[in-house]
Design a protein around this ligand. Structure first.
Ligand code: ATP
Ligand code: MG
Ligand code: MG
Length: 660
């Protein structure tokens, strides 16, 4: 039935179906960039496939022509890859486009018309909505519901040929307008859209609705576990309706064989039946000897009854019922039935996908709705999809998140059926800290530089001070920092009006002498006086040092200090741009509260600093990650970092200071 089409069903499915134990899919719509919520779904689907030695299809659910684009396809592939998952394995590429199935979907729609399971409805959108009823009131049948099959077919074909304007009619499933489940009240399955599709161009002017397309995609790819978020729970009934009814088309050749086989078995003379049962015993099932096997026989008998009351040849309605029954049989039947059927056909062809639901990720301070993310980018409220403040995977990557941290996060938050839960943003940050604490080498950066001049240090002297790359891992080596008379220290490490408990550099007052402070890995110093600009702002701090207090020397502890601060020599440091990022939204639940999300943006969530960093950092590569001691974890910017233009992004501060 399918042969002669490029990339046919059989061609695509032949190889893996026998071997695969479970098959899952990750099916994003290529209408935006992936965000952290998608990461949860990716880790779940690809992760399960890995764990159970199955496979996970990377599938683009591109059945809506209007919003989809190749740019999104490329970025989605990049992000899945970055997270550490691959849709290629040693045998084949598990990489699919739903739009490749438009021909099949169309055939299935025609099939549904022929079996009386679909009709063309010409009610207006408002009428359809009105007649759909509500949770408390049943729906009303459309006046077009009982059109003759031929008329439905003719109209549907005309829709396909572009003879009717958008919105003038839709193809609807015929399920049950009285169902308590509103999703079963004849949902539309095809609509007219005169739009170019990013892959099929103008070949089609009718497109399947998502709720119809999705189950068919799963059947066509032999998915076993179709995992989606909980909002789709009420769709499961229609999902099953569509998958079962598609079988006579999607499994047509196999179905014919199975009917033949069952028919043979049921109509066989007694001695042949006995032979079969003997063969079956050899297969290690003793049919009829315990309850389970009785149930199998009962099922076979039910099939027999069906076959007796319907024509035995290929029959669509019968087909869906028989195979649907087998597919929906309790789990312990499945291997037995598969064995029965595998006498003639490949068993997995008869398994239908099951839908399972899990809770979506909600993260505090973060919006994930595609509509809002697109608005942030298009309205210039952020610097593009990969702005480090964005919850997109490209944004998180640019912020300095690693695949390992993302996977740790997904493991930690887990999967459940609980709705409405929120994960605190600090959980995500904690995962990154945990990963970077051991993996990132330590470096020195002075973010907000202030000059420190050590007046009693010799003018032209430069000492080389050895500093370990990671205090816990001496095997990672060390590098040297030059120490000289003129240094950079952090602006915050000096205070003229120290608040209570301040332990860093201060000037002496009448009540209190200046506190001695250690310059890390070097000497103890005390501030003496300051230089000011014409506005009175401190532009340099002068200090004296105690030569006998060098770290590691005998006199190191001669003077007790209460703080150690970091520094860089002016002669041995390089200017760098450091970009500090705050949370994009200042509200814990930015989607709630009725305000426009634009009003909830944190003011000045991006700060650019002119900083100094140690010279070794000119050898860094884009995306290298470091702990800048005492400040936090930083990443060399993926796009803007070059040896001549050092740019670092703050990934996460050392401590969770947000709620202080
Ligand atoms: P839209 O915003 O257009 O409704 P979507 O959020 O459903 O789209 P898709 O591209 O359709 O995004 O999503 C692909 C997969 O990612 C789906 O299977 C969906 O269940 C999953 N997913 C999306 N958002 C989340 C989330 N916040 N948590 C967990 N999984 C998610
Ligand atoms: Mg979606
Ligand atoms: Mg969404």
């Amino acid at each position: 039935h399918w042969s002669g089409r490029p990339g046919t069903y059989t061609e695509q499915m032949e190889g893996p179906v026998d071997e695969a134990k479970i098959r899952l899919r990750f099916p994003p719509e290529p209408n935006g960039y992936l965000h952290i919520g998608h990461a949860k779904s990716i880790c779940l689907n690809f992760g399960l496939a890995k764990e159970f030695d199955g496979r996970c299809h990377m599938r683009f659910d591109d059945t809506n022509p209007v919003k989809e684009d190749q740019e999104y396809v490329d970025s989605i592939l990049g992000s899945v890859n970055w997270l550490g998952f691959n849709w290629k394995d040693d045998k084949e590429c598990n990489y699919y486009f739903a739009s490749d199935y438009f021909d099949y979907m169309y055939d299935i729609a025609e099939h549904l018309i022929k079996t009386g399971d679909a009709y063309v409805d010409e009610q207006s959108a408002e009428e359809m909505k009105e007649n759909r009823g509500s949770l408390h009131a049943p729906g009303k049948n459309s006046p077009y519901r009982d059109r003759p099959v031929e008329e439905n077919l003719r109209l549907f074909r005309e829709m396909k040929e572009g003879k009717h304007p958008e919105g003038s009619m839709v193809l609807r499933s015929k399920v049950d307008m009285g169902s308590r489940n509103v999703n079963l009240r004849d949902p539309a399955i095809y609509r007219i859209r005169f739009a170019d599709h990013h892959r099929t161009g103008d070949k089609w002017c009718i497109y399947p609705m998502y709720t119809f397309a999705h189950p068919l995609e799963d059947v066509l790819e032999n998915i076993t576990h179709s995992i989606c978020t909980l909002e789709f729970e009420d769709q499961r009934a229609f999902y099953n309706w569509a998958t079962e009814r598609s079988i006579p088309v999607t499994r047509a050749p196999l179905f014919a064989l199975a009917v033949e086989f069952l028919n043979d078995l049921i109509n066989a003379p007694e001695e042949k039946k006995e032979k079969f049962i003997k063969a079956a015993v050899k297969f290690k099932w003793k049919l009829g000897q315990n309850r389970e096997e009785q149930e199998v026989l009962t099922l076979l008998n039910q099939i027999k009854e069906k076959l007796a009351s319907e024509p035995v040849e290929y029959d669509a309605v019968l087909g869906s019922e028989v195979i649907g029954k087998i597919a929906r049989a309790p789990a312990h039947f499945t291997p037995l039935l598969s064995d029965v059927l595998s006498a003639v056909v490949k068993p997995n062809y008869f398994l239908l996908p099951h839908q399972y639901e899990f809770n979506r990720l909600n993260l505090t301070y973060v919006v994930m709705s595609k509509r809002k993310l697109i608005a942030l980018v298009k309205e210039g409220l952020v610097d593009g999809w990969d702005d480090p403040r964005m919850p997109t995977l490209v944004g998180l990557r640019r912020r300095g998140y690693t695949a390992e941290a993302m996977q740790l996060f997904c493991d930690r938050i887990g999967v459940s059926k609980q709705t409405g839960g929120w994960i605190d943003y600090s959980v995500l940050e904690g995962c990154l800290r945990e990963v970077l604490d051991s993996s990132a080498d330590r470096r020195i950066a002075v973010q907000k530089p202030l000059k420190l001049i050590i007046d009693n240090y010799p003018e032209d002297q430069m000492e080389q001070i050895e500093t370990p790359n990671h205090p816990q891992y001496p095997e990672r080596g060390s590098r040297t920092l030059g120490f000289s008379k003129e240094l950079w220290i952090e602006e915050d490490d000096f205070s003229e009006n120290p608040p209570k408990g301040y332990r860093r550099l201060t000037l002496a007052t009448e009540e209190k002498p200046a506190a001695p402070v250690r310059l890390r890995h070097a000497y103890v110093v005390e501030a003496t006086h300051v230089d000011r600009d014409e506005n009175g702002k401190v532009i340099a701090v002068h200090a004296k040092y105690y030569p006998e207090t060098k770290s590691g020397s005998e006199g190191a502890n001669n003077i007790k200090t209460k703080a150690a601060i970091h520094w860089l020599s002016q002669k041995d440091s390089l200017p760098a741009e450091i970009r500090l990022y705050d949370r994009l939204f200042s509200l814990e639940h930015p989607d709630e509260g009725g305000k426009d999300f634009r009003e909830l943006l944190t003011p000045d969530s991006k700060t650019i600093l002119k900083s100094y960093v140690e010279t070794s950092l000119k050898n860094a590569k884009p995306e290298d990650k470091f702990q800048f001691e005492r400040n936090g974890y930083y990443v060399a910017d993926q796009k803007d970092f070059t040896p001549g233009n050092l740019v670092f992004n703050l990934s996460v501060p050392l401590k969770d200071s947000f709620n202080k």
